[in-house]
Ligand binder design. Structure first.
Ligand SMILES: *Cc1c(COP(=O)(O)O)cnc(C)c1O
Length: 427
């Protein structure tokens, strides 16, 4: 593949934008490549600025569960656009999307719309601190909850990819109020709650982790979180920015039958536009301004275009059978990749929850971030490049989830598996 035009665009971008990108992992540094600049998308495909077609397994990092340019989303957007782009005043569409969310995720009795997953998690933590009058928060290593100061401790996603423990610019005093524990670490969590329980405002987690690569929680881990947060009066926050509407219509909380105190949403809820949301019990949510004293606001929050794209997307994903089909596609891909790696004699472990999965180059099991980090990231980098050469666009990091969308059919999956067979023979 000739990526000359992408290279030219990247060189120019680097003179204008830090690192040439507006979000770090996109730079593709950890896979030893330059980013491919994209020009258009259609269904499961992307077309690059170089004119190459890729099967897209990034899906804009999660939002595009319907694939690119889904007709219902485009129609909703153009009809909203005709009425105006932003009013800075309430519109009926906001309540319509909130009602759709509540119907699908019943624990979210009230919903506040924001503009990103970062804002959703940051605001949920502020509410938890405001409501409990406590400062300490517990998170888990390798989970990513956006880049708000309190949550950028032992974080996943780009922080994991770059291999940094935290970030300069986060005040030590704030970082000290965040305790990060091993994911699935039941004993460590019990110990922490026994000593700190009365000071803990909230426990926040990705109920299926995706930002250290996909890691599934054990039943015991989830049950312990529910039991001990209730016992100590701390709030349990499910950050479902990635899992919401993806692992089941009602997210991981539906899958596991758990009612968290607060839930964060993002990605799919905006259908590809910048949206986030947080919500929970009415009594808790009514502590948010202007109903209550905990302040949170947004100039473009509830933007009509974003609400329209989100609502159109949610209507599609809540159709009967939608997730059963996605599960089939995800299973076909997961099993195909695992078999291809095995046949090539590569140690690997595929973790999957429905349509999100990661092929870790380690024998496994991968149950937490330290086990994820035993992966052969050099091998992953070579694999990524060999897949890109073959027109398969994967997330450019070992520590990210790969997504299939409703637009991916058996032929796209089989093409990716065939490409993986060739790529694995070569690397
Ligand atoms: C992507 C993600 C975020 C951050 O969302 P942004 O829209 O990138 O700010 C937060 N939490 C989880 C679980 C995510 O996957």
């Amino acid at each position: 593949m000739n990526t000359r035009e992408s290279s030219r665009l990247f060189e120019n971008a680097k003179t204008l934008i830090p690192g040439g990108v507006n979000s770090p992992v996109r730079a593709c540094a950890s896979v030893g490549a330059a980013p491919v600049f994209m020009q258009s998308g259609d269904g499961p495909f992307l077309v690059s600025a170089d004119g190459d077609r890729y099967i897209d397994y990034v899906g804009s990092w999660g939002p595009l569960i319907l694939g690119h340019r889904h007709p219902s989303v485009l129609a909703a957007l153009s009809s909203a656009m005709e009425r105006g782009i932003s009013f800075g005043a309430p519109t009926e569409t906001e309540s319509m999307l909130a009602a759709l969310v509540r119907k699908t995720v019943p624990s979210m009795e009230m919903v506040r719309m924001v503009n990103s997953g970062t804002e959703a998690a940051m605001s949920a933590v502020r509410l938890a601190r405001g409501a409990t009058g406590r400062d300490v928060i517990i998170k888990f290593d390798g989970c990513y909850h956006g880049h708000a100061d309190s949550l950028l401790v032992a974080a996943g996603s780009g922080v994991a990819t770059l291999g940094i423990p935290g970030s300069p610019g986060v005040p030590r005093a704030l970082a000290e109020m965040t305790l990060s524990l091993p994911y699935n670490g039941v004993a460590e969590f019990k110990e922490a709650m026994a000593s700190l329980g009365a000071r803990v405002a909230c426990v926040i987690l990705e109920p299926v982790a995706g930002n250290m690569g996909v890691v599934v929680p054990s039943r015991d881990f989830l049950d312990t979180l529910v039991e001990l947060t209730a016992k100590h009066g701390a709030l349990l926050i499910f950050d479902e920015v990635m899992t919401g509407f993806r692992v089941a219509p009602g997210g991981a909380q539906e899958l596991f039958g758990i009612t968290p105190d607060l839930t964060c949403l993002g990605k799919i809820i905006g259908g590809g536009l910048p949206v986030g949301a947080y919500g929970g019990r009415r009594a808790l949510m009514e502590q948010i301004a202007p109903a209550g004293p905990v302040y949170q606001a947004g100039t473009l929050s509830g933007n009509p275009l974003a609400m329209a794209a989100g609502a159109a997307t949610l209507r599609e994903v809540t159709q009967p059978g939608f997730h059963a089909r996605l599960e089939e596609t995800g299973k076909r891909l997961g099993e195909g990749l695992a078999k291809a790696a095995k046949d090539a004699g590569k140690a690997c472990c595929v973790n999957r929850a429905g349509s999100m999965l990661t092929l870790f180059f380690t024998p496994g099991p991968v149950r937490n971030f330290s086990e994820a980090k035993t992966s052969d990231t050099k091998l992953f980098a070579a694999f990524w490049r060999a897949m890109a050469e073959r027109g398969v666009y994967l997330p450019p990091s070992q520590f990210e989830a790969l997504f299939v969308s409703a637009a991916h059919g058996a032929s796209e999956v089989d093409a990716a598996v065939e490409a993986a067979r060739e790529a694995l023979a070569e690397v």
